[in-house]
Design a binder for this molecule. Structure first.
Ligand code: WTA
Length: 633
């Protein structure tokens, strides 16, 4: 992976916080807040007071059964109550909660009161289908209001949701449904993407053939397609039919702080995808606090996070964080550059977006079209910007800072993961910024860079990124796989959470994240597991064996480079390359962007048969292969 790490190492620019930003901010002094956060249990306990609990906790943190931590022990709370119900008897009742807009310019606004009614109807609809506390409901939906409503409806009645990103395709979808043994699926006829409608129903129909546990499929008519009742099978029902005539009131299920809230699958380097399990109380505290302080959210903000709800960024910061804070959240369906590369800036101007959060890959993509597009719009409403998903190269940082933020809006480079649930390393608006650095651990969090044995490495040297103390929004386990939870994250560097990233700290204690230390790829900010891609290749009849590494790409960060061993009689010609591309896309979806396929006769393996991707990577980059003593031949 050829990244411009040399630039990162030399980056010396420092940007001071601007006075107006600091005056407005909830937290006026970053360093003082970090100091306060060192008393971390007290710090998080104070933050928990901002939420409405049915019953107070009797212990902030229970560490008696490490690494199975518990937060706000015995507290009783409900997420939907805090995100929706508690606002309807306040002046927020008529404030827009969700502002849905798509690339065609259609918009739909739901006030907090309207959202309340919709969530209750859906919660009642789900109850009628027999959904109870603890059951898992899955969503395979575009960025549409019904997705947020369904997730909140689950919270209301204590059901656990498992959202599958709508850009994943049949193979990935089936694997996730079956692992979570999902009974109810909510899907839609389609989604808008670059002027086309992608037929989600067709993908889910194909997947359903292989998902025996699913009893009911709820279908949202989102794109106004012509499907009608006669097109539905016996187990399918339209969303609008399900909620028709349902009462707009529904009791909230009092949830234990540690009751499961959702499962979200993410990719690892080996084996099947991991079902990351988050629980209720701590997640709510962590997510609302970080959003409030890092993006300095106030009631009248127009918040826009462009991440998809199918990933953790969307869970925490499109839906839950903003609604828990009672602000307006923009939900956008479509591509950043459709109908033209000014599409996003048009939305910023039109709705007066104040805080904007996106991925470095999107910035690099839009940067290609020059300054023209951001300059066509009035972006003066923007007060704070943010990025997430991969390291941002200083060049993209500067472009974003100058052309989008007009050198007034600070950039919050937030490092975190599906597993962490909330931002863990990020500046606050009152911080001194260095382009390309996510700066320091957020207040109340303890992060460090260490060697294999857990000893801190000297400043400036690379090492493993670890988190040294539990944090409230941490995942609690991997679904039905406690061993893997312990092995992958907690047993590798004893006592610490191993994040799977390499990093270094500079002389000011700022973190510079250098990318994954495992074989997980980051393609356009999406997390893609090498083993999932390899299985997709191998499921094609022409392929005997495959190994996949990440290859640098100037826009997407990384794309796939695959090495394949072909069955007798097959040759890697244009037609087969096309077929393999199509096949992997069918199995995994458009997230799996293939840059290059190379036919090989053998793959470097350890004596125990594990593919040494490190060797392939080094060869590809023309670097030293390093220690190969465990290599088979
Ligand atoms: C990477 C996304 C550098 C990192 C929220 C991490 C980042 C993985 C940053 C998690 C950042 C995320 N700077 N790298 N600001 N944010 N990453 O689970 O490699 O999709 O481990 O969560 O993204 O990806 P995930």
């Amino acid at each position: 992976m050829k990244r411009d790490t040399t630039v990162l190492l030399d980056e010396k620019r420092i940007f001071k916080p601007n006075v107006e930003t600091v005056e407005r901010a909830h937290v006026k002094n970053w360093e003082t807040e970090i100091e306060k956060g060192k008393n971390f249990e007290k710090y998080w306990e104070e933050k928990a007071e901002d939420l409405d609990w049915f019953e107070r906790w009797d212990q902030v943190l229970d560490e008696s059964n490490k690494p199975f931590f518990k937060w706000f022990v015995n507290g009783k709370i409900n997420l939907a109550y805090n995100a929706v119900d508690r606002w309807i008897n306040t002046e927020k009742r008529n404030q827009v909660a969700i502002l849905y807009v798509n690339e065609r310019g259609d918009e739909k606004k739901l006030t907090y009161y309207e959202l309340y009614r919709e969530v209750n109807k859906m919660a009642n609809g789900l109850k009628n289908l027999g959904v109870k506390k603890g059951d898992t409901v899955s969503m395979y939906l575009p960025m549409c209001p019904e997705l947020l409503i369904s997730m909140l409806a689950c919270n209301k009645i204590g059901a656990v949701h498992s959202v599958v990103y709508s850009g994943l395709s049949v193979g990935a979808f089936v694997e996730r449904m079956n692992d979570a043994k999902v009974k109810i699926l909510i899907t839609a006829d389609g989604t808008y993407r670059r002027g086309k409608i992608i037929d989600l129903k067709k993908i889910s129909d194909e997947a359903m053939l292989q998902c025996p546990t699913i009893e009911t499929v709820i279908v949202v008519k989102h794109t106004g397609s012509k499907i009608d009742i006669s097109d539905l099978s016996g187990r399918e029902i339209f969303y609008e039919r399900l909620i028709e005539g349902e009462p707009a009131e529904c009791e909230c299920e009092p949830m234990d702080s540690e009751d499961p809230l959702f499962i979200l699958y993410t990719s690892g380097s080996t084996g099947k995808p991991k079902g990351v399990l988050h629980t209720t109380g701590g997640y709510m505290v962590g997510v609302s606090t970080t959003l409030k302080n890092i993006f300095d959210i106030h009631e009248n903000d127009m918040w826009w996070c462009t991440g998809d709800i199918g990933w953790i960024t969307g869970h925490s910061y499109v839906i839950y964080g903003p609604l828990l804070l009672g602000t307006t959240t923009v939900v956008y369906e479509g591509a950043p550059d459709y109908p033209d590369p000014g599409a996003w800036w048009n939305i910023v101007e039109k709705y007066g977006v104040t805080k904007f959060y996106t991925a470095p890959t999107a910035i690099r993509h839009l940067m290609r079209f020059g300054n023209k597009y951001p300059n066509l719009y009035n972006l003066s409403s923007l007060k704070i910007l943010g990025t997430v998903g991969e390291p941002i190269n200083p060049e993209a940082w500067m472009w974003y800072y100058k052309n989008v933020g007009k050198e007034k809006a600070p950039i919050m480079d937030t490092w975190w993961q599906t597993e962490t649930g909330m931002h863990l390393i990020s500046p606050l608006p009152s911080a001194y910024l260095k382009p390309g650095s996510a700066t320091k651990a957020v207040p109340g969090v303890d992060a460090d860079v260490v060697d294999e044995d857990g000893n801190p490495v000297p400043l400036g040297k690379g090492g493993y990124l670890v988190i040294k103390k539990p944090w409230p929004a941490m995942f609690r386990t991997l679904y039905e796989d406690e061993e893997r939870y312990k092995d992958v994250y907690w047993n590798q560097i004893p006592g610490y959470y191993k994040a799977g990233d390499m990093a270094r700290k500079d002389e000011d204690g700022y973190f510079w994240i250098q990318g994954r230390s495992d074989d997980v790829l980051k393609i356009a900010g999406h997390r893609v597991g090498t083993s999932e891609v390899e299985s997709a290749f191998v499921s094609h009849p022409a392929v005997v064996e495959a190994a996949v590494i990440g290859k640098h790409d100037p826009i997407k960060g990384q794309v796939i480079k695959a090495f394949v061993i072909l069955r007798e009689g097959y040759k890697l010609k244009t037609k087969l390359i096309e077929e393999l591309n199509k096949h992997v896309r069918y199995e995994l979806g458009p997230v799996a962007v293939i840059g290059d396929i190379e036919q090989v006769e053998s793959l470097p393996k350890t004596r125990s048969g594990k593919i040494m991707r490190r060797v392939l990577r080094a060869r590809e980059l023309g670097e030293d292969v390093g220690d190969t003593s465990t290599l088979e031949e």
